[in-house]
Design a protein around this ligand. Sequence first.
Ligand SMILES: Cc1ncc(COP(=O)(O)O)c(C=O)c1O
Length: 385
Amino acid sequence: METGRAPIYLDNAATTFPKPPGTLQSMAEMFSRVGASPGRGGHAMAAEAERLVGETRRQLSSFLDAPDPDRVVFTSNATDALNLVIQGMANPGDHFVATELDHNSVLRPLHHLAEQGRITFDLARFDDRGFVDPDEVERLIRPNTRAVVVSHASNVIGTIQPIAELGRRCSERMVPLVVDAAQTAGRIPVGLTACNASAIVFTGHKSLFGPPGIGGLVLHPDLVVRTTRFGGTGIDSRSLEHTQDYPYRLEAGTANLIGILGLSIGLDHVLQTGVEAIHTKEMALLERLRDGLSGLRSVEMYAAEDLTDHVAILAANVQAMSPQDVGAILDRDFGIAVRVGLHCAPMAHRRLGTIECGAVRFSPGVFNTEEEVDRVIDAMSVISH
Ligand SMILES: Cc1ncc(COP(=O)(O)O)c(C=O)c1O
């Protein structure tokens, strides 16, 4: 059925769309002026590219409250950054703690190392409201625990974990906390000090409004992460040893300059709009959606009764229908884009009892409108009738 109306994008937890007005134009304008490989070649354009990259490191270090811009490391996304930090910290015999809410970008690197017999790991459970208990995380810490890795906010049910308290418990036990801020950076305040964290992983293409292909992490100066990828850095090229100076200790090869420029432009937008204003707007839309859906008898929502300490993510199912069918009808008949399935977070779905088919995830963004949310409620009303 052709609705004749503009499509509604409610899949911002996967990647934000659209990007703020002017983002692509600014990226194109900057990249057509400065397209050299940053820091390589010793010519003026390479130096200018390096300056812009350094500027973005400074911008991110200030945004994520990291004391040293050189400890801002660029990767291709959050997955890449999580692989880098987990594999760069793990030593044979180490133990890690993660949570049932974590994304496969945490669970799979841990599982891979465990399969090889190099590490063991435990997962902290979450309660019926969707929160991990710091007492439980602390109980899981062992003398050989190398790090605790936690999704700051669940990408399935949106709950924001008590990260400062988790960080406090970790630092008391001298265990580094790695925060996966893929769903929070740009939406709620995230900082190394506020989280009592040793590392914060971010991705560019979600709430920082950059393009896909850019992400990274910020590191506390006390955290040592081994180099696990080796190659050209443009410095100390005579040596076959990869430099141990940050950030190039963890970066190799030609940088994603256009991605870094896009991330910087996206972050400018976040700073101009204000994290709090973005979160407030998104949560108002989520609440409207939750309230609308709660009037539909055959719609079940997960961990959505109280939206305190949530980001704008809502998982739901329609009784006797698969989420895949619901998503297909929303898309085909109503032009509404949502994400169905397991959302790369199988343990979360196992705990919610939805491991077979997953759920329908609605994730409004700052560019959605109340009118669009009302159309989604109307569509769900028709589907669930
Ligand atoms: C909580 C969480 N962690 C990590 C990731 C991975 O992010 P990326 O796709 O940028 O690697 C995602 C993406 O959906 C996520 O939601």
